[in-house]
Every structure is written in structure tokens, then in C-alpha cells.
Design a protein around this ligand. Structure first.
Ligand code: G3P
Length: 217
């Protein structure tokens, strides 16, 4: 499973990338707002840190505006992946951009039928939002399973990018179901490494080591 980090915070991106954990980055207008920086500047910096796809989202809602913005965003770097919303205009933009060799992430997916349409439009990634469905009492993980089945039934190459991940269990479940990618907030990504038995075991090893009075090197 590939890991993308869902943030526009370059400090977190650098730290996680240095640990070899990142295959890409996803941003959205809310994350750009949170970072408090110019979209072009911050996206350019992110693209220079991470080799993999960096999703940058258009904000126009009609086709021609999306294409205009996609053109501007694409010039930032070769690893830009254009993010479009799951609307008819978004699908049309997806088709045009992927036919032109661009990577496209279709976002705000909440149903299996929407994911089917995105695959037909040639999407590179489909982003089903797990947490936002869970928030409504709908099992977001079930959607990942449905999309996996449909894509496998028809050999669609679109990668399932599990988004709106809120917990470490979401990551595990998405991996078990077979999502191709998980985009995870920095804190949740860092939490994956934690286990109380690891901390306890390390503490015991260090205590015994201190008793030997030895040093390595
Ligand atoms: O990048 C889109 C998605 O991951 C948003 O997550 O937590 O705002 O629902 P969230």
C-alpha cells in the first residue's frame, strides 16, 4: 500500500519523507487555508520535497475554469496530480486531462457508482472519503470494498486512494480490503509506529544494558 500524507504543512512532509514513509502528498483548499501560504509557493515547495504525486485541487466548478486552473497548477512541477471534484464537469476535465497524459485525482467520492464513473473517465486516483461517511453513521470502509470489487471485476487501472482517514484502524482496514493508497493526516501516520509493548520492551532493554556498564563503540 502506498502512503500519501494529507497536508500542506511542509515541516511534517519533510519529516515523514526523511523517514521514507511517503509515496505522495494530497492537498485541498481547506489544507491550503490551514497552512496559511500561497497555493503556488507551498505546492512548489512540496513538489520539491516529495518525488511522488502531489495532488493540487482546482477551485473552479465548471469545465473551462477547471481546465484553466489545471494548466496553471500543472506548470508547478512534473509530479503535480490535478484534483477535480466528482461532478460532471469534473469528470469531463478528468477525461481531457488524463487523455493529455496528466495525473488526475477525482475527489469527494461518496458512492460506488461515482467511483465507477471516475474510472470510466480515466482517473488516475479515486478518493472515497471514509471518515465523512462514518461521521454520518454510514460505514465508509464498506465503500472501499465495493469499489475494490467493481474495479477488479472490470480491470480498471484507477487506484483507490482511501481519503478522509481519521484513525490508525482506518489505515489497517483500508490495507486489508486492498485500497491502493491511503492518504493520512500527519498525526495519524506518526501514530502508526506506536505500540505500548514496543516502548515497554525498549525501556527494559535499556535498563538491563545500563547494568552491564558497557558501551558500543
Ligand atoms: O484530502 C481530502 C480528505 O482526506 C479530507 O479529509 O478529514 O477533511 O474529511 P477530512
Amino acid at each position: 500500500m502506498k502512503f500519501f500524507v494529507d497536508t500542506a504543512d511542509v515541516k511534517d512532509i519533510r519529516e515523514l519523507n526523511d523517514a521514507g514513509l511517503l509515496d505522495g502528498v494530497t492537498t485541498n483548499p481547506s489544507l491550503i487555508m490551514k497552512a496559511g501560504r500561497d497555493i503556488m509557493d507551498v505546492t512548489k515547495e512540496i513538489c520539491s520535497i516529495v518525488e511522488g504525486p502531489v495532488s493540487a485541487e482546482v477551485t473552479a466548478v465548471e469545465y473551462s475554469g477547471m481546465m484553466r486552473e489545471a494548466e496553471v497548477l500543472s506548470k508547478i512541477a512534473d509530479n503535480i496530480c490535478i484534483k477535480v471534484p466528482l461532478t460532471l464537469d469534473g469528470l469531463k476535465a478528468c477525461k481531457a486531462l488524463t487523455s493529455d497524459g496528466r495525473m488526475v485525482n477525482v475527489t469527494l467520492c461518496f458512492s460506488a457508482n461515482q467511483a465507477l464513473l471516475a474510472a470510466k473517465a480515466g482517473a488516475t486516483f479515486i478518493s472515497p472519503f471514509i471518515g465523512r461517511l462514518d461521521d454520518m453513521g454510514i460505514d465508509g470502509m464498506e465503500l472501499i470494498g465495493e469499489i475494490r470489487t467493481i474495479y477488479d471485476n472490470y480491470d480498471f487501472g484507477t487506484e483507490i486512494l482511501a481519503a478522509s482517514i481519521r484513525t490508525v484502524n482506518h489505515v489497517k482496514q483500508a490495507a486489508m480490503i486492498g485500497a491502493d493508497v491511503a492518504t493520512v493526516p500527519p498525526a495519524t501516520l506518526k501514530a502508526l509506529v506506536k505500540h505500548p509493548l514496543t516502548d515497554k520492551g525498549l525501556e527494559a532493554f535499556l535498563a538491563d544494558w545500563a547494568k552491564t556498564g558497557q558501551k558500543i563503540g
